[in-house]
Design a protein around this ligand. Sequence first.
Ligand code: NAD
Ligand code: TDX
Length: 342
Amino acid sequence: MKKMIVTGGAGFIGSNFVHYVVKNHPEIHVTVLDKLTYAGNEANLAGLPADRVELIVGDIADAELVDKLVKETDAVVHYAAESHNDNSLEDPYPFLQTNIIGTYTLIEACRKYDVRYHHVSTDEVYGDLPLREDLPGHGEGPGEKFTAETSYNPSSPYSSTKAGSDLLVKAWVRSFGLKATISNCSNNYGPYQHIEKFIPRQITNILSGIRPKLYGEGKNVRDWIHTNDHSSAVWTILTKGRIGETYLIGADGEQNNKAVLELILELMNQPKDAYEHVVDRPGHDLRYAIDSTKLYQELGWEPQFTNFKDGLADTIQWYTDNASWWQAEKAAVEAKYAKNNQ
Ligand code: NAD
Ligand code: TDX
């Protein structure tokens, strides 16, 4: 493999993956295909060598453009998506267009040119799990974490379009022999994450003198993984994974939202209760938890960034040092949330 296309490579996780590839795999040339929606930012790729990374501004649903690019590449790693649950509750249409039609467009081109395809997806396709305290095995019994065998049961317009895109890929593997793998990862954190998302929203609230906002009681659990560990896992699956297989990516990082917020407040020298409870998200998933045994055992992957407190401290430092990256957008993001009393 010498050339790869990374869709959504100007977004949060995609740009972290591009940095990862440039740093660790000097033999690869990366073409980023990104529409630069509100979530995409050319600055996320700043400083990368021009002879190794090329940005093409375009839509993954543009069949002509996709055909032209895929024809010339060895692999496609597909990150581009509409990614925010709250936005999908306001206006689902772009989620259908990008996540379903966009994925369809990419896999059609990959099938035509027999190009290796990796599909980046989310644990949210599996719906949610009960809280550990409500389970007899406290979350460690059979069926109490997501595995590749868990049935799909998505809750939001966002997660249902991701589920739909996963199913398209599975069908293209079976019916057309598409050379694809799928990964379903848990919640990522780290630099370059859009400030609409939970962790950067609260960090930038505190930096802006705004009280952080916790949905409902804050009991909902997310299984946090550092975005660099997501990148190494995707690379491992792309290069060692078995065609047609699904691998779940997680790093045993379960935390409820209240605990995460309290840790952010502590790390930023704020009182533990310096936040507001706001209106809960409709249909809010309760708990996600990933069993990534298959990825560990079959492909020998291991996460490196497993100290959540240290990772969070680094992330806080990044948003503190890079205020110019987010400040211009802050007021508009908060005004949008305020309309729903969030
Ligand atoms: P993001 O919203 O930060 O970035 C998405 C990128 O895709 C942006 O650069 C945007 O400009 C681009 N894009 C959107 N529509 C496009 C289109 N039609 N054509 C071309 N480019 C388009 O998202 P993210 O959080 O980095 O998520 C990336 C991927 O990882 C998504 O597929 C998401 O479902 C998946 N994922 C995210 C998480 C998470 O915690 N954020 C966890 C698991 C999986
Ligand atoms: O202000 C907030 N207050 C709050 O309590 C926001 C924005 C969120 N929350 C809660 C909702 C969730 O329980 O925090 C948790 C995390 O919220 P998000 O950052 O919106 O992430 P989530 O909905 O869990 O989805 C994320 O992980 C899975 C990504 O956005 C998805 O793209 C990915 O598939």
